[in-house]
Design a protein around this ligand. Sequence first.
Ligand SMILES: Nc1nc2c(c(=O)[nH]1)N[C@H]1C(S)=C(S)[C@@H](COP(=O)(O)O)O[C@H]1N2
Ligand SMILES: [Mo]
Length: 441
Amino acid sequence: MTRKLPRTRGLHELYAEDPQNADRLLWGRDVDPVTRRGFLKRSSLLAMAAAVGAQIPFADRMPGGLIPAALAQSDEPFTLQGKEGLTVLNDRPINAETPAHLLDDDVTPAERMFVRNNGIPPAMDAIDVAAWRLEVAGESCVTPMTFSIAELKERFEHHTYQLQVECGGNGRSEYVPAASGNQWTTGAVACPRFTGVRLRDVLEACGIADDAVYVGYYGADAHASGDPSKAPISRGVPMDKALEDESLIAWAMNDADIPYLNGHPLRLVCGGWPGSVSGKWLERIVIRNRKHDGPKMGAPSYSVPKHPVAPGTDVPLEDFETIQSMPVKSLVTFPKSGITHPLGKPLTVRGHAWAGDLAVEAVHVSIDFGATWQPAELGAAPNRLAWQRWTSALDVPEPGYYEVWAKATDSQGRTQPMVVPGWNPKGYLNNACHRIAVQVA
Ligand SMILES: Nc1nc2c(c(=O)[nH]1)N[C@H]1C(S)=C(S)[C@@H](COP(=O)(O)O)O[C@H]1N2
Ligand SMILES: [Mo]
């Protein structure tokens, strides 16, 4: 359970790579590449002012692509506009995770939902909600159709569910030997409330042929290479998962527009499975008569060896299987790791637990490095595929250094391992117990 320090990406690195992109990511500022002058929207101004700690009277004279000196001389990791407090990982395109203590809300607020991009999102100002179209087609679609968002809203019943979205690679940073990819620690998970229409209702309106076995998605983001003929990612789910009540085509998150980086104006949400099945900037759905074969659908992407392998094993592609439900897992979201707690007062700890397609049946906590465990109070999920709140009041016997460990058990009796589970080449499905440090004084 050794944790590497999260690798954050410095401002200098980001600006060195692509100053215009840095301006856009950090401040939402679009700069003319020739004149280097940028029209500063109010939101960009506010973001810059917040970052440097004061209003900037001459802001409209600041050249684009220039790191404000106040930040250039600081080693602080930066955060994305609208995603304050998230840790930006050392990868491009943009990927950012949420520190555990910022995931304490029952319903994850928009600014605290992680971002996992495989390609380049559609330009913010190119997203025209009124002109957006969703096409439903594929060889097993009886009557291909195209819908505007207004038509989706009008034709189909609306549903709201709180749904857990966790990247298949969440926890990857703990695998040894290291797996390539985003070095997520624990923060590529969120559980906001999504509103939209059922994927099932839309598929049925278009007609699902008898030979249909899979559904695939395409989004409006571009491949990182810039090649317009390539999709960065196009995954999907088997028919059974697509037809579940909770599988949504969503336009809202927490009663507001879905955040730009999380797929505005339309995304698929299939909770409990690797986040990669929940397509963002959704433009097209295909009903397939075979397993969908879009980019990142095949091994080794989002796949694990069919049988356990020794760390470092070179696994042949035919020995992989596609991940379906995510495993049981939990987080300690309060207190923040590293706090000092006064002796003699019970230590309240809490967090969330989730179990892919299943429910969580129990959560246990330990303050003695796993020697003894006590049951935590566990709340019910507001709906299927939402995480569950757990709470515990712990007695700490004497001053010193403690770790709080949490361990969830799913409805089929499976629990979280205390050490990193089965190594796999791409570093997926790490559901080892989360732990935090507490000093009692
Ligand atoms: N179009 C599109 N959809 C996508 C992705 C992407 O890069 N492009 N990333 C996927 C992955 S790997 C994950 S984990 C989730 C993350 O959702 P979020 O960025 O809203 O947290 O979106 C999925 N949907
Ligand atoms: Mo992911």
